[in-house]
Design a binder for this molecule. Structure first.
Ligand code: GDP
Ligand code: IMO
Ligand code: MG
Length: 420
């Protein structure tokens, strides 16, 4: 049996905290896509830690954590992350496994990401510059190197061959930064990775499922950043939706049970691209400051706005979401009123569908306004104690989305969560 936790918006919904909260109930926690573009924040013993590639179950003893084949892995970043979690007493040598089919992010992938972004004008994606796009391009282009290849004698030769191809591409961008330092670091991290638990991920996970173990698949990014269904081309390069679990881990669709969709009580986006409910005003600024909305991976300020019901409904549909987890509800504590976008006005016509190219049409969001609760909710532990105004807000969303909000997160702490 596999349950999934994934983001319904443009990432940073608080997936890390939620996975950490739910991890107790599972035996295996597995990442199925994305790479170090992700930044999942957890509080362990009151201390903040940001994970990029290691699944957010790592701080629970005796849980298996798997980096699945759908992930693109940067060994240099993994080595740093391992050092970080070790400082918390985590024995990653025992609890962390990597699929041999996982593709590697090479130093040249990072260089190509940079060169490609630098070459663009206003059409910049706002990539995290971690080499994600180029690594997935080499995967689908059938050139990439995989974690299993580290054990081949010919690994260095294969690397050099690929590097020559990449150099041609870099030359075409006139990119001439020296990346030899990155390569040195890379080969150092490759040695480290060779000593890891490298497994055949698909047999590994299916064996666990057969034994009756419970698997939690941890999404990165969000549904609106999905390469197929997101706001293309302002998206990431992987399948961030529930279907990605099957290809990213090698599990069959009928093994998937619950799909927990995580959404903030408002909405944020980092990087470029359309964002119909964005607030370029004092309220947006207030949400950013109260919510500490600055990127966990890049430190960039996140764009903030009202919750987008149209996009959420779409995300629930393509993911088959069974329960919604609403995070950062406490950030709205001081607002006198809040809004839910329940329609898009496009050329004078009101619709509630996500258009083909959001960036090519002018969307005027249609809002329903709600009174704020103006009360500190961070210490509340029971649903019945939440303010009436908040219950109304949630109840409206339940009806509009047709999927219930079952959990409300009211602070960054491990235990700050209310069950509806
Ligand atoms: P992720 O990428 O989806 O894991 O989310 P991030 O870690 O990038 O961003 C979420 C941020 O919100 C982190 O700093 C979390 O500690 C914080 N956070 C998560 N849930 C809550 C919540 O309910 N309330 C508050 N105030 N902060 C939260
Ligand atoms: P988590 O898992 C928010 C965004 C980038 C950029 C676009 C493409 O923490 O929610 P990429 O580096 O993938 O080529 O960037 O996607 N992006 C994220 N935004 N949270 C993330 O991950 C993101 N990962 C990528 O800002 O707009
Ligand atoms: Mg994040």
């Amino acid at each position: 049996m596999v349950d999934v936790i994934l983001g319904l918006q443009w990432g940073d919904e608080g997936k890390g905290k939620i996975v950490d909260y739910f991890a107790n109930d599972y035996d295996v926690i597995a990442r199925f896509q994305g790479g170090p573009n992700a930044g999942h924040t957890l509080y362990v013993d009151g201390k903040k830690i940001v994970l990029h590639q290691i699944p957010s179950g790592i701080f629970h003893e005796n849980k298996t954590n798997l980096i699945g084949n759908g992930v693109v892995l940067d060994p240099v970043i993994l080595k740093k992350e391992c050092d970080n979690v070790s400082a918390f007493g985590v024995n990653y040598k025992k609890n962390l496994f990597i699929s041999e089919r996982t593709h590697l992010i090479l130093p040249t992938h990072r260089a190509i990401d940079r060169a490609s972004e630098l070459s663009k004008g206003i059409e910049k994606i706002g990539s995290t510059l971690k080499g994600i796009g180029p690594a997935y391009m080499d995967k689908t282009g059938r050139n990439g190197l995989r974690v299993g290849n580290l054990l081949d004698k010919s690994f260095t030769t294969e690397y050099i061959k690929l590097r020559l191809k990449h150099q041609k591409l870099l030359d075409s961008f006139n990119f001439n930064e020296d990346i030899s330092g990155w390569e040195e670091e890379f080969f150092d991290a490759v040695e480290f990775l060779r000593g890891f638990n490298i497994v055949n991920g698909e047999y590994f996970i299916n064996e666990k499922i057969r034994e009756g173990q419970r698997v939690l698949a941890e999404g990165a990014q969000g549904s609106m950043l999905d390469v197929d269904f997101g706001t293309f081309p302002f998206v990431t390069s992987s399948s961030t939706i529930s279907a990605g679990v099957c290809t990213g881990l090698g599990v069959a669709p009928q093994k998937i049970r619950e799909v927990f969709g995580v959404s903030k009580a408002y909405c944020t986006r980092v990087g470029s691209g359309p964002f119909p409910t964005e607030l370029n005003d004092e309220t947006g600024e207030l949400i950013r400051n109260t919510g500490h909305e600055f990127g966990s991976t890049t430190g960039r300020p996140r764009r903030c706005g009202w919750i987008d019901g149209v996009a959420l409904q779409y995300a629930c549909m393509i993911n088959g979401v069974t329960q919604i987890i609403m995070t950062k509800a406490d950030i709205l504590d001081n607002l006198a009123e809040l809004k839910v976008c329940n329609g898009y006005n496009i050329n004078g016509e009101e619709k509630n569908i996500v258009p083909f190219q959001m960036n090519r049409v002018n969307i005027e969001p249609v809002y329903k306004t709600f009174p704020g609760w103006q009360e500190d909710i961070t210490a509340i532990t029971q649903y019945q104690d939440l303010p009436e105004a908040m219950k109304n807000y949630i109840s409206y969303l339940n009806g509009y989305l047709g999927v219930p909000v079952k959990y409300i997160s009211n602070g960054p702490g491990r235990d700050q969560i209310v069950v509806a």
